[in-house]
Ligand binder design. Structure first.
Ligand code: AHR
Length: 516
């Protein structure tokens, strides 16, 4: 009862940027300590990195990792994490109220990234610091030996420039929770100056301004217009952040349709970027970096923070500053995986404007990879699978197909299509990928796909290389440390007919069909 079609001569959206499959490592909870780094773990390597987490990171297909925050970066001194470990200072992190021993910093993360095969997207502190620290960090990280800070990096054991191209100038500076948060005008002026100076120091950088922390911020829209108009000449990207979870939606049906929010978010920010281009009589488009997205049960964190604040209000001045506490360790369900699959489809369908994205975060903290403490194993959450499929197989060009689908009723967005889908085709390998979600809470749907517009349809027609579906009769079923393979993709029966594919999708399901 659903048709998905790419008509002959239908234009693709754009090429799929490799950075679409980015992730995020923040000094938060057990993401770094007990996540990527745990020197006592049986799989740890000579640098103290967990081998099991590295292996799963590669299996996930992550291409680029944002570091070191997030909120953490806004009271972080990058120098603290460089040089001999035993000389590094222990600090208090105000964002997550934890002790930061600085056993991992940019030198170490650079080594980790090389092992993981990932690019780094580096964020600088605009909360407690600014222009001078950003320029110094840039010199340390990317400088050719021969100047003071580049030579300090060499002395610290990294002779070659790290060649980090993509830099985030601050994090969520619109958020009242952010250390050093700013008004739109204050941030517009700050980011303009920092970006300008960084580009004087080095050509070829790709600089990202903070956008709104969500589409529901009171300054959403105004923030983007003000910042992008003022700093247009010096910027390449504007960031977008969006998290979703079932209790934050009006119903499970609304939650499943939350990609509608992401779609509106992308349209509004792209319009602001276009308005900034017009106002500057410019020719370049500022791209979107969706550098925090995913499912986060943020109500749990909000309750915890409220408890701290209540305790502090009672005059408790010496609160604990725990080291690597269990924070934001959400355990995901089948429905969460369908939602993340649907968000990935939305990002790919807008890859003409969204040229970079980072699913937040990588390990333990709102993460696809969980790493058990005390020498325990690492395992895959439900949300691991839709990401890994896209990261490995969504290559080449992306098409937003025409979709004729029954509707589902949502309280937030009215009637929306039950089915959503994207198609990619890589002419180099002559292979394609269809990603589809059934967001209908109650009904299964029969799906017919017409790929007549793709080169795959030529000759003998489409051949299915692999087809999987992720679904559970209980949408709330989870993978856990004890039963990590409860919800995994299973084989999806697909029939072919010339340029056509035919399959059934159960209610609340994500599917992938690889074809040639
Ligand atoms: O990813 C968790 C937090 O969410 C980040 O630190 C912050 O940028 C956002 O609010």
């Amino acid at each position: 009862d659903v048709t998905i079609a790419i008509a002959p001569h239908a234009a693709p959206v754009a090429d799929v940027p490799r950075r679409m499959f980015g992730s995020f490592v923040e000094h938060l909870g057990r993401c770094v300590y007990g996540g990527i780094y745990e020197p006592d773990h049986p799989t740890a390597d000579e640098d103290g990195f967990r081998g099991d987490v590295l292996a799963l990171t590669r299996e996930l297909g992550v291409t680029c990792v944002r570091y070191p925050g997030g909120n953490f970066v806004s009271n972080y001194n990058w120098e603290d994490g460089t040089g001999p470990r035993e000389q590094r200072p222990v600090r208090r992190d105000l964002a997550w109220h934890t002790t930061e021993p600085n056993l991992v910093g940019i030198d170490d993360f650079h080594r980790w990234s090389r092992k993981a095969g990932t690019e780094i997207m580096l964020a600088v502190n605009l909360g407690t610091r600014g222009l001078k620290a950003a320029l110094e960090e840039l010199e340390y990280v990317n400088g050719t030996p021969g100047t003071a800070l580049a030579d300090r990096r060499v002395a610290n054991g990294i002779p070659e420039p790290m060649d980090i191209r993509m830099w985030c100038i601050g994090n969520e500076m619109d958020g009242p929770w952010q250390v050093g948060h700013m008004t739109p005008e204050e941030y517009a002026s700050a980011v303009d100056k920092v970006a300008h100076a960084m580009k004087l120091a080095e050509s070829g950088l790709e600089l990202v301004a903070c956008g709104s922390s969500s589409a529901h911020m009171p300054t959403f829209g105004t923030w983007e217009r003000t910042v992008l108009t003022r700093a247009y000449d010096n910027l390449d990207f504007v960031s977008c952040h969006a998290y979703y979870y079932e209790r934050g939606a009006r119903s499970l049906q609304d939650y499943l349709a939350c990609a509608e929010d992401m779609r509106g978010f992308i349209a509004t920010v792209a319009a602001s970027a276009d308005a900034a281009r017009e106002a500057n009589h410019g020719t370049k488009d500022i791209a979107l970096s969706f550098d925090e997205w995913g499912v986060w049960y943020s109500d749990v964190w909000n309750r915890q923070e409220a408890e701290w604040k209540a305790a502090a209000a009672e005059g408790l001045h010496h609160e604990p500053w725990p080291f690597a506490p269990h924070l934001l360790e959400d355990i995901y369900s089948a429905a969460d995986a369908v939602v993340e699959g649907s968000l990935m489809i939305t990002l790919l369908k807008h890859c003409d404007r969204v040229r970079s994205a980072s699913r937040a975060q990588l390990v333990n903290v709102i993460a696809p990879i969980m790493a058990e403490p005390d020498g325990g194993p690492a395992w895959r959450q439900t949300v691991f699978y839709p990401f890994a499929e896209a990261a490995h197989h969504a290559r080449g060009l992306a098409w937003a197909p025409a979709i004729d689908s029954p509707k589902v009723a949502t309280e937030t967005w009215g009637e929306v299509d039950a089915l959503d889908a994207v198609v990619t085709w890589d002419e180099r390998t002559r292979s394609g990928l269809l990603l589809a979600v059934n967001r209908d809470v109650t009904a299964a749907h029969g799906v017919t796909v017409d790929l007549a517009g793709l080169p795959a349809a030529g000759g003998d027609g489409v051949r299915v290389a692999r087809a999987v579906v992720l679904h559970d009769d209980d949408p709330h079923r989870q993978n856990t440390a004890d039963a990590p393979e409860t919800v995994v993709p299973r084989e999806l029966p697909v029939s072919t007919d010339g340029a056509g594919l035919c399959f059934d999708l159960p209610a609340v399901a994500w599917a992938a069909v690889e074809f040639t």
